[in-house]
Structures are given as C-alpha cells and as structure tokens.
Design a protein. Structure first.
Length: 88
C-alpha cells in the first residue's frame, strides 16, 4: 500500500495538463439561443414553436404572419440563415 498511493499520485502529476482542457466533439455556438430567436423574428417568424441546437446549427420551427409553417437553420458562428423554408 505504501508504494501504490505514491505511484498513483506520481501518475496523476505526469499527465499532461493540456489533456484535461480538450473539448473534442463539443462545440459551443457563438450565436446564443436568444440571438437565434431574434434572427427568426426579423425574418418573419412570429410564433416560434421550437428552437434547438442540433447537428452544428440552430434549428427554428414556427409560423409566419400568414400562418404558414416555417423551418429555419441558422449558422451558430455567423448568424447567417443557411436554410429557410415556408410551407402552406
């Protein structure tokens, strides 16, 4: 037991510090959910039903002033509308 505890402590100290800070596969959008909502409203969506961050983009579903269903995909880095579809 006298050897095991110091060996574990030494192993923890030898782990590179940068390895603990890696975020592989995790992406934090720079455009917030509130900004995505504002972008949708500016582009005619008045009744937002759903906003989600999925597949690397904000996806907004709702209705416009004429009652048409709207689906919008927003780039999370720039706020650019990648896709905008209106259905009857």
């Amino acid at each position: 037991m006298r050897i095991v505890i110091p060996a574990i402590l030494l192993a923890c100290l030898l782990v590179p510090q940068h390895a603990a800070a890696q975020t592989v596969g995790i992406y934090a959008p720079t455009v917030s959910v509130e900004q995505a909502q504002d972008i949708a409203v500016v582009n005619g969506v008045i009744a937002i039903r759903k906003i989600e961050f999925n597949d690397g983009a904000w996806k907004v579903e709702g209705r416009d002033r004429e009652g048409r269903r709207v689906e919008m995909k927003i780039d999370p880095g720039t706020g650019e509308i990648l896709r905008l579809e209106r259905y009857r």
